[in-house]
Design a protein around this ligand. Structure first.
Ligand SMILES: *Cc1c(COP(=O)(O)O)cnc(C)c1O
Length: 508
């Protein structure tokens, strides 16, 4: 393995043309050698990152990191790629979090697949912009085909569904809430929010989410002018899923207070617990009240492909709209996400005509403009190409197999933690999150003990775990997204956690 480590000093300056004083930096056929050499040199640094960084994190403290970055004078340019790559290695690559290592079990950051990385090269070099056909051509239709494919996985009728790639799940959730609000206002009051702003009733609009739903719902409600007060958090059951009898009760309570329920957000895979709200029950309730149902499947969308675990998200096809995060659950590089809507007519509510981009006379199916569906982006990357590369090279089945492997591994890890008297498992998972803590009968302050363990792991950089608070208590959290991780890796991780736990004992 060592012989694969290259020295940056060994890179030849000679292969890189001296491009000062001419237009050699422009991406253009005259400068292809420059492009290829620059990319190849950068690939050497990628190789270095892979073979050298054998811990998920260097453990560097933020203060030191900040100092290294701050001392650089951006007005003094460097003279060649060697200097540049050495600089970026020092202040970034050496300390970058390595999501691909099995010892990274913290947040929802998946390892990425190689076909997507190959696609990324084309995405950035050709640099299509997805807003209109004349800036993307085939890109527009490829994105639309992937949207249709995703809608088909959800179980939508693809003649009626539609959607768009977005920058992330938070943005997709924003689209879900905007559609919920605007369609409600249009249908109930014949009031067009896009043109006329919020109706007077909007101060009483209420949106129901579980108390474990993603915080982007709060932020989104706030930027939509509904205020965080419009978000009603319904408590969860013992498996951290929205409690349906309480949902019914909370809707009635809000109505009695004179407030107006406009929709429900179901979370298919909560960030903290990986559990899935009861989608069929929520669909029944939103049908009963004739209000919008949005499913935040940023995490749980992986199950769409799985024959083994698909039934966990049955009912998702009854939602009016769905958030999909390919960069959480489809092994895609950031950014890659989508917002999918069941009824494409409703998406028209977002449409805006700019004379220079998508004038009315061009508004035909033959010359489609994805900008009509995009809420906060005009110029937009062709992220869909990465998913195209992935699907065409790996196929749906292999993606599903990766997901199944991760879920099975999580079940094994849950069993290991349950059987071990040094640990207490708070929550196993529909997906791949485990919430647990280290326990020691001799130590009463379990919060301090587990905080200590997390801090020790972080600054040694050997293992990155996440944490969360439940009822005021501090828990450690594993998020598994890497199909390469083995039960032996997990055994090692648990052993290391115990060792730190014992240190705490002796330091007291
Ligand atoms: C991560 C996450 C989001 C936000 O997605 P981003 O891509 O980070 O913006 C929304 N909902 C859930 C359940 C998530 O886990």
């Amino acid at each position: 393995m060592n012989n694969k480590i290259i020295s940056l000093e060994a890179l030849s300056n000679a292969t890189l043309p001296n491009n000062s004083g001419n237009f050699g930096n422009i991406f253009h056929p005259d400068n292809y050698d420059h492009y290829r050499n620059a990319v190849n040199s950068t690939l050497d640094l990628v190789q270095e990152f892979l073979y050298r960084n054998n811990k998920p994190f260097s453990g560097i403290e933020a203060r030191e990191m900040k100092g290294m970055v701050q001392q650089i004078d951006l007005n003094q340019k460097l003279s060649n790629y060697n200097e540049l790559l050495a600089e970026v290695d020092d202040i970034y690559v050496k300390h970058a979090t390595a999501f691909h290592l099995p010892q990274y079990v913290a947040h929802l950051n998946c390892p990425v697949v190689i076909p997507a990385l190959a696609g990324e090269i084309l995405v950035s070099a050709i640099n299509s912009s997805q807003d209109t056909y004349d800036q993307s051509a085939g890109g527009t239709f490829m994105e639309r085909k992937l949207i249709d494919w995703t809608a088909d996985q959800i179980g939508y009728n693809t003649n009626e569904s539609d959607g768009v790639f977005t920058a992330g799940g938070s943005q997709s959730n924003l689209m879900g809430l905007v559609m919920m609000r605007d369609c409600f206002s249009q249908k109930r009051y014949n009031h067009n929010i896009k043109m006329d702003g919020l109706p007077a009733e909007a101060s009483r609009f209420r949106i129901f989410v579980s108390d474990k739903s993603h915080f982007s719902n709060l932020k989104n409600a706030s930027i939509m002018g509904l205020g965080e007060k419009s978000i009603v958090k319904v408590p969860t059951d013992d498996r951290f899923r929205m409690d349906i009898s309480l949902l019914k009760k909370y809707i009635k309570r809000e109505e009695q207070l004179g407030n107006i329920p406009i929709g429900i957000v179901a979370t298919a895979g909560t960030t903290d617990f990986g559990n899935i709200d009861p989608l069929e029950d929520i669909a029944n309730i939103s049908e009963h009240y004739n209000i919008w149902m949005h499913v935040d499947a940023a995490y749980g969308c992986a199950l769409l492909l799985s024959d083994k675990y698909r039934d966990l998200i049955n009912g998702i096809e009854r939602a009016d709209s769905v958030t999909i995060d390919y960069h959480k659950s489809f092994f895609q590089p950031i950014s890659s996400s989508a917002f999918i809507v069941k009824n494409k007519k409703e998406l028209l509510i977002l449409k805006h005509h700019a004379d220079y981009l998508n004038p009315k006379e061009m508004d035909e199916e033959e010359i489609p403009a994805q900008i009509n569906k995009s809420i906060t982006q005009s110029t937009r990357r062709f992220d869909a190409l990465k998913l195209w590369f992935t699907l065409r090279m790996m196929g749906r089945e292999q993606l599903a197999e990766y997901t199944d492997t991760v879920i099975d591994l999580t079940k094994d890890a849950a069993a290991m933690i349950t059987e071990d008297a040094d640990f207490e498992l708070l929550s196993d998972s529909d997906l791949s999150v485990l919430v647990f803590r280290y326990v020691n009968p001799e130590i009463s302050d379990l919060n301090a003990l587990n905080q200590y363990i997390k801090m020790k792991l972080f600054y040694s950089g050997e293992i990155l775990v996440a944490s969360t608070k439940v009822d005021g208590n501090f828990y450690l959290k594993f998020t598994f997204l890497n199909p390469i991780t083995t039960t032996e890796d997990i055994h090692q991780i648990l052993t290391t956690i115990k060792e730190h736990g014992k240190d705490f004992n002796s330091e007291k």
